[in-house]
Design a protein around this ligand. Structure first.
Ligand code: NAP
Ligand code: GFB
Length: 313
């Protein structure tokens, strides 16, 4: 099959590029320079000329807590436009297979835990990223509408917080792990006498961190493993382990020889937790092994240090 990947230059896209080596399928990776997915005419032309059998839709306007807090409107508009255009173009061009990516941060904020796939629309998301969340939720709805009406195979994976080599290490707009890695690198390289791991918030929130190459492997398996979408349009992909931000900070600090943590409780904690139930994933991918957190962090820190001048920051 010919598989067209949107968002091919991003964290997930670049991990997917690494994992598809030797695949029996033909993979095409795109980015905003090749096709701006916010413009329907560009999407129709690009998809129409490439004629893929399958679209893996990774592209999005993505960011950590603080980018979402500042840019909720753009996150909503950009992602609504991209998601609508991709599915509409797939429909118009009779591309009947599409795999999209949601996020566990889009689930209801006031909810029972653990959260499962059936709870996705049971209440408003956390205010901090409502724009991004509602745009993503509409992607779930849009897939279902097309599948019910036309019998398409449009489905979504719902990963939790991702991290890995090709992340966006922007301290201002990135996620917590790349932000901490960047800050620890600068602190350890400085000539300060007292060096700290500067942690925003209280350090108390909990997250299930997923190494991005693990998600890439699940994406590849999901192309051919069609069993799970008979049960649900969207499936959570998350390791069981929940880790506190404080614990993440000390794990990353150790990679840079930093032991002292300084909390900044004046900064937002965002969601305290978003504990996701991965039982459906474990049922369909029973022998899947997640990368241990310490191993993933070590590889990511090594990549950052070796490629500091070239990484996104
Ligand atoms: P990323 O590193 O920020 O990459 C985003 C990708 O989308 C880039 O390839 C970017 O292309 C492309 N893109 C952005 N705007 C575009 C536009 N207008 N037209 C075409 N392409 C555009 O994001 P990521 O972390 O890989 O995220 C991939 C998917 O995983 C997203 O759907 C995201 O919502 C989801 N997700 C991410 C996380 C996480 O923690 N990172 C967690 C859960 C779910 P350019 O390089 O040209 O800008
Ligand atoms: O990855 P993150 O920015 O987003 O994590 P969310 C934020 C948590 O880490 C908060 C703490 O508790 C922050 O107080 N934190 C500590 C830091 N130090 C830092 C730092 O240097 N940078 C950052 N960014 N946080 C996002 C959603 O929520 O989850 C997005 O807003 C996306 O839409 C993503 O879906 C997966 O996990 O809070």
């Amino acid at each position: 099959m010919k598989i067209l990947v949107t968002g091919g230059s991003g964290l997930v896209g670049q991990a997917l590029k690494e994992e598809v080596v030797g695949s029996e399928h033909t993979w095409i990776f795109s980015n905003s320079g090749i096709c701006d997915l916010r413009e329907f005419s560009q999407v129709l032309l690009y998809f129409g000329t490439r004629k893929p059998d399958y679209v893996v839709h990774l592209a999005a306007n993505v960011g950590g807590l603080f980018k979402n807090l500042e840019h909720n409107v753009e996150m909503y508009e950009d992602n609504m436009l991209m998601n609508f255009n991709v599915l509409r173009a797939c429909h118009q061009l009779k591309i009947t297979n599409c795999l999209c990516i949601l996020s566990t941060c889009i689930f209801p904020n006031k909810t029972l835990y653990p959260i499962n796939e059936a709870m996705l629309h049971n209440g408003p998301p956390h205010d901090s990223n409502s724009g991004y969340s509602y745009a993503k939720r509409m992607l779930d709805i849009h897939c279902k509408l097309y599948n019910d009406k036309h019998g398409y195979n449009y489905k979504c994976l719902i990963p939790t917080n991702l991290y890995g080599k090709h992340d966006n290490y922007s301290i201002e707009n990135g996620h917590v792990i790349p932000g901490l890695i960047h800050k620890c690198y600068l602190e350890s390289s400085s000539n300060k006498v007292n060096k700290w791991v500067n942690v925003w918030g209280t350090g108390k929130p909990l997250r299930q961190f997923l190494y991005v190459n693990d998600l890439a492997r699940v994406i590849i398996s999901s192309i051919d493993n069609t069993t799970w979408q008979k049960e649900t349009t969207s499936m959570i992909v998350a390791p069981t382990e929940e880790i506190s931000i404080l614990s993440v900070s000390s794990t990353i600090g150790k990679e840079f020889g930093l032991k002292n943590i300084k909390l900044h409780p004046e900064k937002s904690d965002g969601q305290y937790k978003k504990t996701a139930d991965n039982s459906l994933f474990k049922k369909h991918f029973s022998d899947f092994e997640f990368t241990p957190f310490e191993k993933g962090i070590k590889e990511t820190c090594m990549h950052f240090i070796r490629n500091y001048s070239d990484v996104r920051k």
